[in-house]
Write a protein that binds this ligand. Structure first.
Ligand SMILES: [Zn+2]
Length: 386
C-alpha cells in the first residue's frame, strides 16, 4: 500500500531532523511542519499520531518550538542569560498548546495528553514515586561520593567510570542478534559514530532502515544511551501495525524504549557492565522522575517556575541557578513527554519480575519480546504496565 500523505511528510521530517541534529546542517523544518499539519487535519484527524500533530505542527506552535530549538533571536552567552530570555517563550508555548488542545475539545494540554495516553495523572504520580523510592537514595549517595553538580550533570555522567577500552557497537548488536534472535537488526540498522556528535538519536527512514547516531561506547552512560536508541530501532523494525504506517505516538515510543533498554541491560550485558550501568540508572531515573514531577507541577503553577524547580530538583542535589528551568528541551520541544520516559523505569522493574518468574531467556525471550511488546507497540496500554 502506498504511504499516505501524512506518512510521506513525516518521513521527510525525520530526514530533516537527522540532517539538523546529526549532520549539523541548517534545514527548514517549518515548511514540512505546515504540510504535516494540513495532512493531519484532513487525512485521519482522530488517529493518535495525527491528532498530536494537529497541536505540535500547528503553525503557531511549530514556529515557537522552532525558535526555541534553534535559539533564533535569543541572546548568546552564559546559560542563565539564555534561560531568562527563553522564559516568556516557554510559557507562551504552554499557552498555545493548551489553546490548540481546547479547540480539539480538551480542558487543557495536560488533559489532552493524559486522555490520549489513556492514563490518569494520579497513576503517573504514583509510578514516579515508585521510581524515586527505588533510585533516589542511591543516586544521592553516588552524587556525594563522586561530586556531581547540577551545572555539570551531563559532563559528569559522560566521564563517570570510563571503560578500559570502548565497546564496539556492532558487537553489541551481534549480542542481540545471536543472544535473543533479533535478526532484523542485521540488515536494517545503520550506526553512525561521532565523538563530537549527539549522545544518541534514532530515526526510521522511508526505505525501512533505522539510522542510529552514537558517541563511542567508552562509558556506561554512552552504552546505556546506545541501548536506548537500539530499543527505538527494535520498535521501528518489529512494530506490525494493523494499518500500513510504522509510527508510534511519542509517549509509547519513549515509554517502551526505556522498558526495552532495561530488559536488554539485564539480558545482553556482562555482570561488570551491568554493575556500572545500574549506577547510571540510579542517577538518570532520579533526574527524569524529578523532571517529570516538575513538568506536571508547572502546568498548574506557571507563575512560580523557579520555586517549583528548586522544590523538586532540590531532592536530588543543590540547584544553583533555578532560572535554568527553561533549558531542558522537554520544556519546549517535547512537553509532557518526560513523564513517559520516567515511568518506563517503574514499568521495566515490573516486567523484569515477569521475565524472571517465567524464566525467559535467550531466543525464547526474544520471541516473547517480539510477540508481546514489539509487534503490538502501537496498541499497548501504558497504565497496564504499572
Ligand atoms: Zn528515546
Amino acid at each position: 500500500m502506498a504511504a499516505t500523505c501524512f506518512a510521506e511528510y513525516l518521513y521527510a521530517y525525520h530526514r530533516l531532523e537527522w540532517r539538523r541534529y546529526v549532520e549539523g546542517e541548517s534545514v527548514d523544518l517549518l515548511a514540512v511542519s505546515r504540510e504535516l499539519h494540513a495532512c493531519a487535519e484532513e487525512e485521519d484527524p482522530e488517529h493518535p499520531v495525527q491528532k498530536r500533530a494537529r497541536i505540535e505542527h500547528h503553525p503557531e506552535v511549530a514556529a515557537l518550538r522552532e525558535k526555541l530549538d534553534t535559539n533564533a533571536g535569543l541572546p548568546q552567552g552564559p546559560p542563565s542569560t539564555r534561560a531568562r530570555a527563553m522564559a516568556p517563550h516557554v510559557k507562551r508555548l504552554m499557552q498555545l498548546r493548551t489553546m490548540r488542545a481546547q479547540t480539539l475539545g480538551y480542558r487543557d494540554y495536560k488533559d489532552f495528553d493524559c486522555e490520549q495516553n489513556r492514563i490518569h495523572e494520579e497513576t503517573i504520580q504514583s509510578a514516579l514515586d515508585t521510581v524515586l523510592k527505588q533510585h533516589l537514595p542511591k543516586a544521592r549517595e553516588l552524587i556525594d561520593r563522586h561530586g556531581f553538580s547540577w551545572a555539570t550533570w551531563f559532563e559528569d555522567l559522560r566521564t563517570f567510570r570510563p571503560f578500559e577500552k570502548p565497546l564496539d557497537p556492532e558487537a553489541i548488536i551481534q549480542r542481540l542478534i545471536e543472544g535473543l534472535g533479533l535478526e532484523a537488526l542485521d540488515s536494517r540498522l545503520v550506526v553512525h559514530i561521532d565523538p563530537q556528535g549527539m549522545a544518541g538519536f534514532a530515526r526510521l527512514f522511508e526505505n525501512g532502515r533505522v539510522h542510529i547516531a552514537t558517541r563511542p561506547l567508552d562509558t556506561p552512560f554512552a552504552l546505556r544511551t546506545f541501548l536506548h536508541e537500539l530499543s527505538h530501532g527494535l520498535l521501528y523494525l518489529y512494530h506490525e501495525p494493523p494499518g500500513h504506517e510504522k509510527f508510534l505516538t511519542p509517549a509509547s515510543d519513549e515509554f517502551l524504549a526505556v522498558v526495552l533498554e532495561n530488559l536488554l541491560i539485564d539480558n545482553v550485558c556482562t555482570q561488570t557492565e551491568q554493575d556500572s550501568l545500574k549506577s547510571v540508572e540510579h542517577l538518570e531515573a532520579s533526574r527524569v522522575a524529578l523532571s517529570a514531577k516538575f513538568e506536571l507541577d508547572l502546568w498548574n503553577n506557571v507563575d512560580t517556575p523557579q520555586q517549583r524547580y528548586q522544590h523538586h530538583y532540590g531532592r536530588l542535589l543543590e540547584v544553583e541557578a533555578p532560572e535554568c528551568w527553561t533549558l531542558d528541551s522537554f520544556r519546549s520541544v517535547d512537553a509532557l513527554l518526560i513523564q513517559y520516559y520516567a515511568i518506563g523505569y517503574a514499568a521495566s522493574a515490573n516486567l523484569l519480575t515477569i521475565v524472571e518468574s517465567e524464566q525467559l531467556e535467550g531466543a525464547a525471550l526474544g520471541e516473547w519480546l517480539k510477540r508481546h511488546l514489539l509487534a503490538r507497540a502501537g496498541e499497548i496500554e501504558i497504565a497496564a504496565f504499572l
